[in-house]
Design a protein around this ligand. Structure first.
Ligand code: ZN
Length: 340
């Protein structure tokens, strides 16, 4: 089937699970009640995607508070009690971050609960997202390794353990989110992609990397204004990604200033093309979606195009996010009819 659909990863959380419309939203309950709420929200996220015509569903990232720290919570060697201020993404924003203080080790499984809950309740293909090593080390302070690259590879090993376990849970696609790749282009091409390959080592399921210009939050919108008329950052890293065994690349295409001709640098890859803008509350029409797919088809063979959202939808209003999912499903269907 042409243009199978998926989402970047996250969906908004219901207001009974966490405070709506924000990142890092506090949970509304705790203990067993929170666990049940996370499970219920996961099933709902799967159902909403199925109903909208999303072929490769995710668990909506309903069981984690943040896409990086959801992983870090299960890692030994991190001091969460003494956070320090750090500039993130080359100082685009400041955040209080935990510190690595000892050798890193997994305390156990990280995402077994929600992966298995989602797997048990859908026959669709299931995609699961993990933060990439370079993005993790850009979100945590180091008081132990004394070397960013060494710390990234230490995280890559842990990610690999969890990724292999997710595959055993029945996950069909493991996607690593690396928004740091278009901020540190030289390092990404130099060692970031190698760290990613370490994280994906031994996987036989589909592997993907999502690079992006971020959620529609203010700090990102302000940063994007500084990037010029055309966003050509990918020109520096696509050749290295194309040479890697990672199979799919997920990037934003809708309302994006990324020149789509850069997709031509990804000759051997399946492109998860973002056809839904998550930085705008304007809901795309199916025509809009089909038009973006058509634009991508100029540079990517149509058999290699997956239609997705530009980025995660975590901070959006639920009704808008769901309307956008329906547009995604309907738009891909229209494109199939038109471009078959
Ligand atoms: Zn993203």
């Amino acid at each position: 089937m042409l243009f199978p659909t998926t989402i970047a990863g996250s969906l908004p959380k219901p207001e009974w699970l966490a405070e709506p419309n924000k990142l890092w939203a506090p949970w509304k309950s705790s203990g067993d009640e929170l666990l049940r709420a996370k499970r219920d929200a996961t099933l709902l996220a799967v159902k909403v995607q199925e109903d909208a015509g999303v072929d490769i569903v995710t668990e909506g990232e309903q069981a984690r508070q943040h896409f990086v720290h959801g992983f870090l919570e299960k890692v030994e060697g991190i001091d969460f009690a003494h956070k320090v201020e750090m500039g993130i993404r080359n100082d685009r924003y400041k955040a209080m971050v935990p510190q690595v203080v000892a050798p890193l080790r997994l305390k156990g499984r990280v995402h077994a609960f929600e992966a298995q809950a989602a797997r048990a309740h859908t026959r669709n293909k299931l995609k699961f997202t993990l933060p990439g090593p370079m993005t993790i080390i850009d979100t945590i302070s180091d008081s132990y390794y004394g070397d960013r690259v060494k710390m990234a590879f230490a995280f890559a090993e842990l990610l690999n353990q969890e990724a292999l376990a997710l595959q055993a849970d029945g996950v069909d696609v493991v996607q690593f989110d690396e928004p740091a790749f278009n901020v540190y282009m030289v390092e990404a091409a130099d060692w970031g992609i190698k760290a990613l390959e370490r994280a994906a080592q031994g996987l036989t399921c589909t592997t993907a990397v999502h690079i992006c210009y971020g959620y529609g939050i203010n700090a990102n919108t302000v940063w994007k204004e500084t990037l010029g008329v055309e966003w050509r950052q990918y020109e520096q890293i696509f050749p290295a990604i194309d040479a890697s065994p990672i199979q799919q690349v997920a990037i934003e295409c809708r309302n994006s200033r990324v020149p789509l001709e850069l997709l031509g640098l990804l000759k051997g890859k399946v492109v998860q093309a973002g056809v839904i803008d998550v930085a705008s509350d304007v809901v795309e029409t199916p025509e809009d979606v089909a038009a973006t797919i058509e634009a991508v088809m100029k540079f990517v063979p149509k058999a290699n195009i997956v239609a997705t959202t530009n980025c995660g939808m975590a901070p959006m209003h639920r009704d808008i996010a769901e309307a956008k999912l329906r547009a995604l499903g309907a738009g891909a269907k229209l494109a199939r009819k038109r471009f078959a």
